[in-house]
Design a binder for this molecule. Structure first.
Ligand code: FES
Ligand SMILES: [Fe+2]
Length: 335
């Protein structure tokens, strides 16, 4: 399987309106549009006539009309030329779905499983998109390691002075990598800590599993007393999808849920949804800002002085190559 054979998110639903969107997904130029009925559709963004971007055109009824000479294409890529009606002018089209506030696509001739995003009694908080200025592997490395949480993050992470106490457990299967971290929480904003019931010195638990069709990690964040006897009132679950735009930029789509033990509908989370959304946005922006400052964007790990927090780097690279990029075993694929 190649990269476009996996179901992956490519845009926020709310960003796809009447105007088509021109995107690059894993190096492929894609025009995303909504038919007159509102259904999302995707075709190659390169007009087969003379290569104008179809995303520069407009939607007329259910067809995307090329701005240059007026050829039109339906959601299946079937083209019509007003000037040469008998000409067949098909283009590549993609299978498209809309779920969890995102538009997803894949090639038409693959049959991967759609990623399981289940609320599991969690309340939906937000769906966000961020552009990360780094290749896929470096974006995944950042989210799959918690040593940086002592310095980079304000909420989800460990006290830098006690980072040596953090326990890290890694388990891998052929198609997933599981990590469990537990250690002294960093000190949180007082009001926030009080609201969610976190006390100084509590243990922060950060578990995640990373899968590779498409490449995404599912994080669970929660706090307990150091002896485990008391748990804070709110738990978070984040699904982070990593979608390479090209070999320099990765688009990160996050779908966040939370669970609260406060009484009342949705545990009061409806009230705090805006604040929580802002918090997630701030934490992801903090990651993005680090990736602006890399001295090199080489994805190789040879020659790096890796720590006990970096055990997954080799595991994720092998699975990205084999499962997501479909590279022959033992050979790294090009981005
Ligand atoms: S380039 Fe699209 S119709 Fe001519
Ligand atoms: Fe981070």
């Amino acid at each position: 399987m190649g990269m476009l054979d996996h179901w992956q998110p490519v845009a926020l639903s709310r960003n796809l309106r009447q105007r088509p969107l021109g995107l690059t997904v894993a190096g492929a130029q894609v025009a995303l549009f909504r038919t007159a009925g509102g259904a999302p559709a995707a075709v190659s963004d390169v007009c087969p006539h003379r290569r104008l971007k179809l995303s520069a055109g407009t939607v007329v009824n259910n067809r995307l009309l090329c701005k240059y000479h007026g050829w039109t294409f339906d959601a299946c890529g079937r083209g019509e030329s007003p000037g040469t009606p008998k000409m067949t002018a098909c283009t590549t089209s993609y299978e498209v779905r809309e779920a969890h506030g995102l538009v997803w696509l894949k090639t038409r001739d693959s049959a991967p499983e759609f990623p399981a995003i289940n609320g599991d009694n969690y309340f939906p908080i937000c769906t966000l998109e961020h552009a990360v200025p780094a290749p896929l592997e470096l974006a995944v490395d950042n989210f799959n390691e918690i040593e940086h949480s002592g310095t980079v993050h304000d909420t989800f992470g460990y006290d830098l002075a006690r980072m040596s106490e953090v326990q890290v457990r890694v388990n891998a299967t052929a198609d997933s990598v599981h990590v469990e971290n537990a250690g002294p929480t960093k000190s949180l904003n007082r009001l926030f800590a009080w609201l969610i019931g976190v006390r100084r010195g509590d243990t922060f638990h950060d578990h995640w599993v990373t899968r590779f069709s498409p490449v995404y990690s599912v994080f669970d964040h929660w706090w307990t007393a150091p002896d485990g006897a008391r748990e804070a009132r709110v738990r978070w679950r984040l699904y982070i999808f990593f979608v390479p735009q090209d070999d320099k930029t990765t688009r990160v789509f996050s779908v966040t849920f939370a669970k609260s033990r406060y009484p009342g509908p949705a545990g009061g989370l409806r009230l705090f949804r805006g604040l929580m959304r802002r918090e997630i946005d701030r934490e992801v922006r903090a990651d993005v800002s680090m990736l602006h400052h890399m001295a090199a964007y080489d994805t190789s790990i040879e020659g790096l002085k890796l720590s006990r927090f970096d055990k997954v780097l080799g595991l994720t690279r092998e699975r990205i190559d084999r499962i997501y990029r479909g590279a022959p075993a033992g050979r790294r694929a090009l981005a």
